[in-house]
Design a binder for this molecule. Structure first.
Ligand SMILES: NC(=O)CC(=O)O
Length: 416
């Protein structure tokens, strides 16, 4: 993968121009994307024109925008034929902010249908006969393949952390509502979160700082060793042998690097909140997609129709109970983080599944998306067969810098 921070430093030093940096990304996309299938729309002439006058911290940084997020100058189809050729009148605010910071939107990256579970055509950059994960498939694959240094994605279940893990790159799902979701096709208004993909943790911190103007950089800093709680969760039996070994390796190397590492028992309320995620998500999606169900039901995938029908069957009382359970779990987080700074837990059940029929399971992500806590995928480990395995760092709500600092600590402890 290409480091956004290294590119920005070369440009700042006058050793590279933004135009040349963008040409490199264009050449890489032209050379490799026919096989990878990471992009669904590009406009290289517009990208060249933007790069020629780019200024700001992200000048020369080619940005891939997940096609669930509106752009005014590129079609936005949300991964569905229903919206083929759809041209929003305006950029989503997150895209406008990225352009304002100097980045060049080089294309729209492939999303699964409406950012749910029906896969798109994108392949895994490490092993093309495996899935790159979803729903931010194109963004993770494009960064993982080194085509671009920075991409935007979204997460409602596990759609940033899981593909980042499968593609061997850094993924950041910030605290809920840190970045505006306006202009992103809504799936669930209580869960939808915009996230970032980049080569490593320092690149994420650099891009996030430039994008939203918060001090989130972790390069050139040493905040000290974090106190880490290892959470195997109630889903531990679903983790593969490789992922179990990876978590133990991450815990051991963090301790060797000076971190305090303890095992965390997750109270039952978190398993209840995990179950509540589906109720809340599907209930909201059934309403968010009322238009598509009423006008284009036959053009929805079976897996999405099932979720929307399930959502339509949920009573307001059951939905309200799910919200109460979520609130109880968020309150219980205070106790969980009493003795530790961050939580270490798997990013996925294992390595990227073979084939493109599934984007894998978001089971190690959904709880944290519901909690609204900042999550970071830390790359660096691999399983049998050489596929990447990601470890997830979770920090308390609003402690995004702490999440990134601990993620950088772990990334260094793993050898990067
Ligand atoms: N939208 C989502 O987050 C669903 C998934 O995890 O793939």
């Amino acid at each position: 993968p290409v480091s956004a921070l290294a590119l920005a430093r070369a440009i700042d030093a006058g050793n590279l121009t933004p135009a040349t940096a963008i040409e490199r990304s264009i050449a890489a996309i032209e050379a490799h994307d026919a096989l990878l299938g990471a992009f669904v729309a590009t406009d290289f002439d517009a990208a060249r024109a933007a790069a020629a006058t780019a200024t700001g911290p992200l000048a020369g940084i080619a940005l891939g925008v997940k096609d669930i997020i509106d752009t005014h100058d590129l079609p936005t189809a949300y991964g569905s034929e229903i919206y083929a050729g759809h041209r929003p009148a305006a950029d989503a605010p997150v895209v406008a902010l990225a352009r304002r910071a100097g980045s060049t939107v080089i294309g729209k990256t492939a999303t699964t249908e409406f950012a749910y579970l029906q896969p798109t055509v994108t392949r895994n950059p490490v092993k093309p006969d495996h899935t790159p994960g979803g729903s931010s498939s194109g963004s993770a694959a494009a960064v993982g393949a080194g085509l671009i240094p920075f991409a935007l994605g979204t997460q409602t279940g596990g759609s940033v952390i899981r593909p980042a893990a499968f593609c061997g790159i850094a993924g950041f799902k910030p605290s809920f509502r840190l970045i505006p979701t306006v202009g992103m096709k809504c799936f669930s208004w209580s869960l939808d979160t915009i996230g970032l993909f980049a080569a490593g943790i320092e690149d994420i911190g650099f891009c996030a700082t430039a994008l939203i103007g918060r001090p989130l950089r972790v390069d050139g800093r040493d905040p000290g060793a974090p106190r880490i709680g290892v959470a195997r969760t109630h889903l531990w039996d679903e983790a593969s042998h490789d992922m179990r070994a990876a978590l133990e390796t991450g815990a051991r190397k963090a301790a060797q690097a000076g971190a305090t590492v303890v095992d965390l028992e997750m109270p039952a309320v978190f398993a209840e909140a995990f179950a509540a995620h589906r109720v809340l998500q599907d209930f909201q999606a059934a309403q968010a997609f009322a238009f598509e169900v009423d006008h284009h039901r036959g053009r929805l995938s079976e897996i999405l129709r099932e979720a929307l029908d399930h959502g339509a069957s949920i009573t307001p009382e059951a939905y309200d109970l799910a919200r109460r359970t979520s609130r109880q779990a968020r309150l219980a987080l205070k106790d969980l983080f009493a003795e530790v700074d961050v939580i270490l837990t798997p990013s996925t059940p294992g390595a990227a599944p073979e084939g493109l029929a599934s984007t894998g399971a978001p089971i190690f992500n959904k709880l944290w998306t519901l909690m609204g806590t900042p999550c970071v995928n830390v790359p660096g480990l691999t399983g049998g067969g050489g596929l990447p395995l990601g470890l997830q760092i979770v920090a308390p709500f609003g402690r995004d810098l702490r999440a990134l600092e601990a993620a950088r600590f772990l990334e260094k402890a793993l050898g990067a």
